[in-house]
Design a protein around this ligand. Structure first.
Ligand SMILES: Nc1ncnc2c1ncn2[C@@H]1O[C@H](COP(=O)(O)OP(=O)(O)OP(=O)(O)O)[C@@H](O)[C@H]1O
Ligand SMILES: C[C@@](O)(CCOP(=O)(O)O)CC(=O)O
Length: 199
């Protein structure tokens, strides 16, 4: 039998446009699975931490869903891309260092290099999930088109060329999230039970 070691048994790598609901859905998954089983990892976490420190900004607001982070988004993208150009796995490595939970939920993949990093480091465990909704719904959630952001790699890098394992439609008139998330939660529960059976 394969040695499972102490790494993750399943990694759900989420992507989706701004205000599609990635954080909302990944929080819901963690609530359903429990924080003993599942951790949420944000690739933007270490980026925002370092950026906030260098620019003397409010990290909690940069991490939250409000309008504050949008003031800095274009510059954070540029700042992060400088780092990524030197080392494309830089933020993936920082975000994943040291977590021992059986299920990792990565809430914010944005670039093919992010998916490639997980697929190459964790080929057996990685699954890709897309969150989608209409532009109208995103506008209702506070989105407006920003040139240099919404037409750049940060938002468009995974628009094509990716085979997603699951696609979730986060709209009022779509099937309920509970229904759509069922196969994902089932896979996560199976992964967690493998770890329990093989400590
Ligand atoms: N199904 C839903 N029901 C109610 N509110 C929702 C739903 N999905 C998302 N929202 C709300 O819409 C807003 C944007 O969602 P969220 O922050 O999860 O999007 P995101 O894709 O993570 O955006 P960003 O890329 O800007 O971080 C939040 O205030 C969130 O609570
Ligand atoms: C700067 C950046 O990490 C911001 C992500 O913010 P959020 O996931 O939308 O809260 C986007 C990027 O890395 O391109």
């Amino acid at each position: 039998m394969e040695d499972r070691g102490s790494g993750p048994e399943l990694i759900l790598v989420f992507s989706g446009k701004r205000k599609s609901g990635k954080d909302f859905i990944t929080d819901l998954i963690q609530n359903r699975l429990g924080s003993e089983v599942c951790c949420i990892l944000r690739l933007s976490g270490p980026l925002k931490q370092q950026y906030a420190q260098e620019h003397n900004l409010d990290l909690d607001q940069l991490l939250g869903p409000g309008p504050y982070k949008e003031l800095y988004r274009a510059d954070m993208i540029r700042w992060g891309e400088n780092r990524r150009n030197q080392d494309s796995g830089f933020f993936c490595r920082l975000a994943t260092s040291g977590d021992q939970k059986p299920v990792w939920v990565v809430s914010d993949a944005r670039r093919l290099s992010d998916l490639q990093w997980f697929r190459s480091e964790f080929p057996r465990q990685t699954r890709c999930v897309r969150v989608q909704c209409s532009e109208e719904t995103r506008v209702q959630r506070g989105w407006s088109f920003t040139p240099g952001v919404d037409d750049a790699e940060s938002e468009c890098g995974l628009d094509s060329g990716v085979e997603f394992d699951w696609i979730i439609t986060n709209e009022a008139d779509a099937p309920s999230l509970d229904e759509q998330l069922q196969p994902i939660l089932k896979a996560a529960q199976e992964a967690a039970s493998l770890v329990r059976a093989d400590p």
